[in-house]
Design a protein around this ligand. Structure first.
Ligand SMILES: *[C@@H]1O[C@H](CO)[C@@H](O)[C@H](O)[C@H]1NC(C)=O
Ligand SMILES: *[C@@H]1O[C@H](CO)[C@@H](O)[C@H](O)[C@H]1NC(C)=O
Ligand SMILES: *[C@@H]1O[C@H](CO)[C@@H](O)[C@H](O)[C@H]1NC(C)=O
Ligand SMILES: *[C@@H]1O[C@H](CO)[C@@H](O)[C@H](O)[C@H]1NC(C)=O
Ligand SMILES: *[C@@H]1O[C@H](CO)[C@@H](O)[C@H](O)[C@H]1NC(C)=O
Ligand SMILES: *[C@@H]1O[C@H](CO)[C@@H](O)[C@H](O)[C@H]1NC(C)=O
Ligand SMILES: *[C@@H]1O[C@H](CO)[C@@H](O)[C@H](O)[C@H]1NC(C)=O
Ligand SMILES: *[C@@H]1O[C@H](CO)[C@@H](O)[C@H](O)[C@H]1NC(C)=O
Ligand SMILES: *[C@@H]1O[C@H](CO)[C@@H](O)[C@H](O)[C@H]1NC(C)=O
Length: 440
């Protein structure tokens, strides 16, 4: 009897203190919050930094300092604490101001059938609107994970739903205390073989790159083993996501208001937030060395080296460390003799931009080489997936852009070398460690 009574009391307390959802007509005022079931996340009104504007946001409940992972009304702050978050009768989440004007809403119409809608904050940090008895995420009426702000959380997708045209991108805050959309963004680009890029406005600033089955080519070393990540690539969707295997660890990717990608890491051991910058050196700048040239760091100094068989386009600029015009082939391609061309293997590289690459997931490296040799304008080839000894094929037909040398990690790539260009010629700006190179 006592147990039943205790149980009832506990469930009453639970429902009254850690409510994670709203039913139609229900609302929370500024000062009240919804808390996810396992108390990982909380949603409510806040003011960032020195700002006086009020925003509806989601943050980690038990982590300090406050990490806001999502903001609803990022462009339309409330002027005072009279804001209300409400689920309306149609199943739309709305933010009302003190005079009941709607200043933000989750969506206008839904093509899905709405029946007993409920809004719920999940332990993943996703606030969703769904039909009460339908927890299948494909049927969610709306979810904040589809409208990212400046942070990518475990389980969140960056990229495309090709059926609806939804493009989920990360966008920086304008300033540290202004969550409005800033000028920096992180997007998945579908041209050629899909890649993640960091942009400033419409200009590419850095290239995280494509997926090699194990990592993103720009960041071959994983800072943690306790997470898995993948690129999903089919007719309906192309997106990147990662998941943490241990829920006591959190790992989030954020693009700050100066456009720098950072990884925020929190573990039981550290019990504090560690920040790892994804911007390690000058070679992170997109196309730092121009075309057909490889960026490398020696301590703090950065240099560029033409691929073997290529020479600086403007040697006098190259001599004074102006690299951006890159390198050009030493000799014009002789397509009549292209069958006698060879390939040079370079190792530990960030593969070049794949925006205009051809790819095939099934053919092997030997066939890949044959495809490349067959077409005179093919400049290089590499495996698409590096797991289990490598599989698939990537071919490049244009200038090779944005390569860098890694001290560890990185991939093998085979550059086409015209037979005529290597015979008895010297080599400007070749990689110094020629032992890395192998004729194949
Ligand atoms: C918010 O501002 C409105 C109009 O300026 C005022 O009527 C209201 O009392 C204010 N509410 C709070 C909670 O300060
Ligand atoms: C609420 O928003 C409306 C429309 O933007 C505005 O005219 C009104 O002054 C706002 N009220 C408060 C209390 O901020
Ligand atoms: C706003 O709506 C609530 C609930 O419908 C109502 O109680 C309140 O009087 C309204 N406030 C204003 C200023 O219209
Ligand atoms: C809702 O509709 C308005 C006007 O048609 C549009 O400006 C707004 O972007 C829409 N909001 C969403 C979330 O689709
Ligand atoms: C982290 O702490 C929680 C409880 O404090 C514990 O259950 C969990 O096993 C710990 N995880 C690690 C990786 O130490
Ligand atoms: C962005 O992150 C970088 C690297 O962690 C840091 O140096 C910079 O100060 C940050 N910018 C802002 C506005 O926080
Ligand atoms: C570049 O520098 C090298 C060695 O310092 C020199 O031999 C060469 O003539 C220079 N080339 C040009 C175009 O200035
Ligand atoms: C990949 O190559 C194989 C073998 O040549 C071919 O059968 C397949 O259609 C190709 N796939 C694509 C998507 O081109
Ligand atoms: C070589 O590849 C390019 C780029 O895919 C293509 O436009 C061209 O037609 C190909 N040439 C031959 C001879 O197959």
């Amino acid at each position: 009897m006592l147990f039943i009574w205790l149980f009832l009391l506990l469930s009453y307390l639970r429902n009254s203190t850690s409510l994670d959802s709203l039913l139609p007509g229900q609302s929370i005022r500024d000062g009240e919050t919804l808390v996810s079931e396992e108390e990982t996340f909380e949603v409510g009104f806040f003011s960032p930094g020195t700002s006086t504007g009020r925003y509806l946001g989601i943050w980690y409940r038990n982590v300090s300092p406050l990490i806001v992972v999502w903001v609803a009304n990022r462009e339309t702050p409330l002027q005072n604490k009279s804001g209300v978050l409400k689920l309306d009768e149609r199943g739309v989440l709305v933010i009302l101001n003190g005079t009941n004007s709607t200043i933000w809403w989750s969506y206008n119409t839904s093509s899905k059938v709405i029946k007993n809608p409920i809004a719920q904050l999940l332990d993943s940090g996703n606030i969703v609107v769904r039909n009460e008895h339908d927890i299948n995420e494909d049927n969610f009426l709306w979810q904040s994970f589809d409208y990212p702000c400046d942070k990518l959380l475990p389980g969140m997708k960056i990229g495309w739903n090709l059926v609806t045209g939804l493009d989920r991108t990360i966008s920086s805050w304008k300033k540290e205390d202004d969550p409005a959309k800033g000028e920096y963004s992180l997007k998945l680009d579908l041209k050629g073989f899909p890649q993640l890029f960091g942009y400033k406005g419409n200009a590419i600033r850095f290239r995280v790159g494509s997926w090699n089955g194990q990592a993103l080519v720009g960041y071959p070393i994983r800072p943690l083993t306790e997470y898995v990540h993948e690129l999903v690539f089919n007719e309906k969707e192309v997106y990147y996501e990662y998941k943490t295997l241990d829920r006591s660890i959190f790992f989030i990717v954020t693009l700050n208001s100066s456009g720098i990608g950072n990884v925020l890491l929190w573990t039981n051991q550290t019990r504090g937030i560690q920040v790892f910058s994804l911007w390690s050196d000058l070679c992170e700048n997109y196309a730092m060395c121009g075309a057909n040239s490889i960026c490398s760091m020696d301590g703090n100094s950065q240099t560029c080296d033409c691929i073997k068989g290529y020479v600086p386009k403007f040697p006098e600029q190259w001599n004074v460390s102006k690299w951006y015009n890159g390198c050009v082939p030493r000799t014009t391609p002789d397509c009549r003799n292209s069958n006698t061309d060879g390939f040079l293997r370079y190792t530990d590289l960030k593969l070049p931009d794949t925006s205009s690459s051809w790819f095939n997931t099934t053919i092997n490296l030997e066939e890949c080489k044959k495809y490349c040799l067959k077409n005179c304008s093919c400049k290089a080839y590499a495996n698409l997936d590096i797991r289990n000894g490598g599989s698939g094929c990537l071919l490049w037909f244009d200038d090779l852009i944005d390569m860098r040398k890694f001290s560890i990690g990185g991939q093998d790539i085979y550059f086409r070398i015209q037979a005529s260009s290597v015979l008895g010629t010297q080599c400007f700006g070749c990689l110094t460690s020629v032992s890395l190179l192998l004729f194949v």
